[in-house]
Design a protein around this ligand. Structure first.
Ligand code: VAH
Length: 319
């Protein structure tokens, strides 16, 4: 449920692609309802905040003169299907608290959406920014609701609402969090420990994916984009699309012993089969200059080296 709260007084305080360090200095407060790993506390202020507790949120905004709220709290696709009532509370009621707070406190608001905001009746290859969106998960439904509510409040009340539809985000710093794209994180950990990954998707399941570095940079660059450049409030962003077999083949270039067995689970395979195969992000490229830097080769190299370093620093064996 991690969120970021920025008390930047003007856009000069916002992090830049050259100087992302503002992202983790006193200008930014990270929050969650549970303790973070030690390295997060070392990066800057970290506080308790529950998106279901409006008073708690308002206190945080008032006491810290917050100007931007980056709202990441949500249950992801697969875990949401296992607890629809909780997903509806966090993803919809929590979102409404954040939207109300943004209006009340004149916050600028970034809320991520996802490839999961599309469904089987959407164009899949590629999926454009504007098309039919009838997702078949509570996660996707809540994200489409967030897109529509944010755009309504922007046009009705002038709320500076900005939204990016993220592909599956791949990071060495977080464990899989109940998503459908999580295999693409777990496979790296398995490759460097047991040497065997059991994949819950079919070998040929192609999904849009992105390295966390590109995700953070896209978010910061989009938040900095001048209002006059934005023809949309919600944009697709793309980097690559790959299948489990393709990422396994790329990993084997460094770890030839990696064995992958495929044991599709119906829930996550059905979800994945309803999502886009590729994203059309031409509007983001045109309006605010989006361009990814990590392809599959760079992703695999960075993930393997980052996980190796973390295991070495933790005194764990690396295969
Ligand atoms: C999920 N990783 O799999 C998340 C994401 C693009 C998908 O939203 O649910």
């Amino acid at each position: 449920r991690q969120n970021s709260w920025w008390n930047s007084q003007d856009s000069n305080d916002l992090p830049t692609a050259e100087n992302p360090r503002i992202l983790i200095t006193e200008n930014v407060i990270l929050s969650d309802i549970k303790k973070a790993p030690p390295e997060v506390y070392r990066s800057g202020p970290f506080v308790y905040a529950d998106v279901l507790d409006y008073k708690n949120l308002r206190e945080l905004v008032v006491n810290n003169r917050i100007t931007w709220l980056v709202h990441y709290s949500a249950l992801l696709s697969a875990v949401g299907e296992a607890n629809v009532a909780l997903a509806r509370k966090i993803n919809i009621t929590g979102l409404h608290n954040v939207l109300d707070l943004a209006l009340e406190s004149c916050l600028r608001l970034f809320v991520p959406s996802t490839i999961g905001a599309f469904g089987p009746s959407s164009p899949r290859d590629p999926a454009p920014d504007l098309c039919v969106q009838r997702p078949r998960t509570i996660y996707g439904v809540s994200k489409v609701h967030g897109e529509l509510m944010g755009e309504y409040l922007h046009h009705r009340y002038g709320l500076d609402f900005r939204c990016l539809r993220y592909p599956g985000i791949i990071s060495a710093n977080t464990q899989p969090g109940g998503g459908t794209t999580d295999y693409a994180v777990q496979i790296f950990h398995d490759a460097l420990s047991t040497g065997h990954h059991e994949c819950y998707l079919r070998a040929d399941t192609r999904l849009p994916m992105m390295h966390i570095g590109d995700c953070h940079r896209a978010t910061v660059e989009f938040m900095q984009a001048p209002e006059c450049q934005l023809s949309l409030r919600t944009y697709n962003i793309a980097a690559m699309s790959f299948t489990p077999e393709e990422v396994a083949t790329e990993i084997r270039k460094q770890l030839p012993h990696l064995k992958v067995t495929y044991n599709p689970d119906s829930v996550r395979q059905t979800i994945a089969d309803s999502w886009p195969v590729r994203f059309d992000d031409s509007n983001a490229q045109r309006d605010w200059g989006w361009k990814s830097t990590y392809g599959l080769e760079e992703l695999v190299s960075d993930m393997l080296s980052s996980i190796r370093d973390k295991k070495t620093n933790a005194g764990l064996p690396v295969s």
